[in-house]
Design a protein around this ligand. Structure first.
Ligand code: FPP
Length: 245
């Protein structure tokens, strides 16, 4: 279906990639007098809603910050609940996503995830690897600094093995060592729940992204917010440092 955009569209820019920091599940749970895990479950419903919206608005890449390297500091109950939720959600929705041609990709230190969750997610990644009708990228056990450090380490190994010379290292080469080098940088970064921080998300990739923050808690995020974010994106002028205001 064609994207619904506002009238003053700059036809040269295309919203190909949206990255989202899905924040506010805990506060939503508190407000609704339920356990934190219920907030995450409501957040999972939001994920499915937003995937449908991404398809409708013809957004090719949707990256979701689902579990950060810092999230291990939460209670054992919350961490295992989240890991179980990720696994169940993937099991329940994989067939439909596959039929819709969605490619699922993982970004982060995936080997650090619990075995069962890892197996289910890696299976989904493999099964959908040839799909081309949209990309759902799950950032899991993800940290932007960790990603940069991992890239630096891999480059250092290649220099040591003689595969690369130090002079070969520039921005372009560096970016080929990131977790998903073929994925374009996000055009738009959204964070819900009124927090205005990056929280170690895609530090390298968001250099020129537009940011949009909303007070809406992630489980309440829906069409209205999504539309607003899209409108704001198309009404902002991106200059990539080329011109001053
Ligand atoms: C942040 O809210 C949210 C998370 C750390 C987890 C995100 C997980 C989901 C939305 C569930 C399932 C995801 C997928 C991809 C199926 P918070 O707990 O920090 O909220 P708070 O700041 O209000 O406490």
């Amino acid at each position: 279906m064609a994207a619904k955009m506002t009238s003053s569209i700059d036809t040269e820019k295309k919203l190909r990639h949206i990255a989202i920091i899905m924040d506010g599940n805990g506060r939503w749970a508190k407000r609704n007098g339920v356990e934190r895990l219920e907030g995450h479950k409501a957040g999972e419903k939001s994920v499915r809603r937003v995937m449908d919206l991404a398809k409708e608005f013809d957004v090719e890449f949707l990256t979701l910050y689902a579990f950060s390297t810092e999230n291990w500091n939460r209670s054992e109950e919350e961490v295992s609940g989240l890991m179980a939720l990720l696994a169940t959600s993937m099991k329940q929705n994989l067939d439909e996503m596959h039929q819709n041609g969605v490619r699922i990709r993982l970004s982060g230190r995936i080997n650090g995830l619990p075995l069962l969750t890892r197996k289910i997610l890696k299976h989904a990644e493999k099964k959908t690897s040839k799909n081309r009708k949209g990309n759902l990228i799950l950032a899991l056990n993800y940290g932007g600094r960790a990603e940069i450090a991992d890239a630096a380490q891999a480059i250092a190994h290649d220099v040591k093995r003689g595969k690369l010379a130090p002079e070969d290292i520039d921005e372009q080469l560096f970016s080929t060592y990131l977790y998903l080098p073929d994925v374009p940088d996000p055009d738009l970064l959204i964070r819900t729940s009124g927090e205005c921080r990056l929280s170690n998300f895609l530090n390298w990739q968001i250099a020129y992204s537009e940011f949009w923050f909303t007070e809406t808690l992630w489980p309440d995020f829906g069409r209205e917010d999504f539309q607003k974010a899209v409108d704001i994106f198309y009404n902002r002028e991106r200059r990539f440092g080329g011109r001053k205001c």
